[in-house]
Write a protein that binds this ligand. Structure first.
Ligand code: KG4
Ligand code: ZN
Length: 340
């Protein structure tokens, strides 16, 4: 079976063609980062309009690259939520309409399920069941993944997501949007030991996270250190290193706790923060010491893309979970509602 998949939940317009026998045949991505940078974050209305401009040309390129014609397709998958509602509707409208015109089923995909199943695109996919650490700009969750389609959330953040903590700290340090990768770059030249930022919730039992206190601590450090003539370059780098270390430490401690609790020996790390090098290295080492293995998507499939939506869409298409002709998208969509 072969499907075309669309992703447009935030500021990336992406299209992929995936075949259950031949694997990923093409994937295209257009990032809107340059459009939003001057505003310091994603402007929803601008995002929707830019998706309208780019999605259809990307469909044409993705089909051509995959040497696939509409007649070869068995379905069209699109991200139906959660995300920015206008942005989601552009992809849902296009996906649903193409499916109608080309007389194939339409498949509505949950964005987080896409992130969770992205490692299935790799040559050494994770076994089921496994534990997943989902760390993106909007979510920080530990999830028990029984099989594709069956997810139980074991713990999540009470306030900011890990990616948000990266992004907000980066903003306080005057770094451009999106802050996570910029902060990681700055941190590589800094000393993590100089600032002891809080590791919230570590002293408590359970698998919940909280990152909002970290942002306050960073704001105080920036104010305190910057009193006389702004922050010195090495101080900025030291703060960045301290923040990164605090986030990574917290994520690792709770993940190890969840591995112990579930008894699973495989861990998937999914979502944009999974692109962070320090997290990848430290987690791989810590998990190996516990006798388990980490499975990552390749770096380009950690952040938003359509290849992951194709994989999740294929699983749903095969399970017969297709859409009525209505065009539907959901800004909020709890992951727990997927498992039936
Ligand atoms: O999964 P994603 O692309 O979009 C959402 O669905 O949220 O994740 C984006 C998040 C942003 O907060 C971004 O700053 C963060 O992932 N991120 C990183 C890195 N690359 C992306 N955070 C830390 N280090 C990175 N290398
Ligand atoms: Zn995402």
């Amino acid at each position: 079976m072969r499907i075309l998949a669309l992703e447009s939940s935030c500021d990336e317009s992406a299209v992929a063609v995936y075949d259950d026998g031949d694997g990923l045949l093409s994937h295209e991505i257009y990032s809107q980062i340059d459009l939003h940078r001057i505003y310091g974050g994603v402007v929803p209305e601008l995002a929707s309009r830019d998706h309208v401009r780019h999605l259809l040309p990307l469909v044409k390129t993705a089909l051509a690259d995959a040497k696939t014609s509409p007649a070869d397709l068995d379905g069209i998958a699109y991200t139906a939520g959660p995300g920015l509602i206008g942005a989601l509707l552009t992809g849902a409208a296009l996906g649903r309409s193409l499916a109608f015109a080309w007389k194939v089923p339409a498949v509505a995909v949950h964005h987080l399920e896409g992130h969770l199943l992205a490692p299935l695109l790799e040559s050494d996919p994770p076994p089921f069941p496994h534990l997943a650490l989902l760390v993106s700009g909007g979510h920080t969750m530990l999830i028990d993944v029984a099989e594709p389609g069956r997810y139980a959330v074991l713990g999540e953040t009470r306030d900011d997501a890990a990616g948000e903590a990266f992004d907000k700290s980066a903003k306080l340090l005057g770094l451009p949007y999106p802050g996570g990768p910029e902060l990681a770059k700055l941190a590589s030249g800094g000393r993590a030991s100089r600032f002891a930022f809080p590791r919230p919730m570590l002293d408590r039992a359970g698998l919940e996270f909280s990152f909002s206190g970290l942002k306050t601590a960073v704001a105080l450090a920036v104010k305190d250190q910057g009193r006389e003539g702004g922050l010195a370059p090495e101080t900025r780098a030291d703060i960045a290193a301290g923040v990164q270390e605090a986030i990574v430490d917290t994520l690792i401690a709770k993940t190890l706790r969840a591995l112990e609790q579930t008894g699973y020996d495989a861990l998937v790390v999914a979502g944009g923060v999974g692109a962070n090098r320090l997290l990848r290295e430290r987690l791989a080492a810590a998990v190996a010491r516990q006798g388990a293995r980490v499975h990552y998507p390749r770096i380009e499939f950690c952040t938003d893309n359509a290849a992951m939506i194709a994989v999740a869409g294929m699983a749903r298409l095969k399970a017969g979970k297709t859409e009525s002709p209505a065009i539907r998208a959901r800004a909020q969509w709890p992951l727990s509602e997927l498992s039936t």
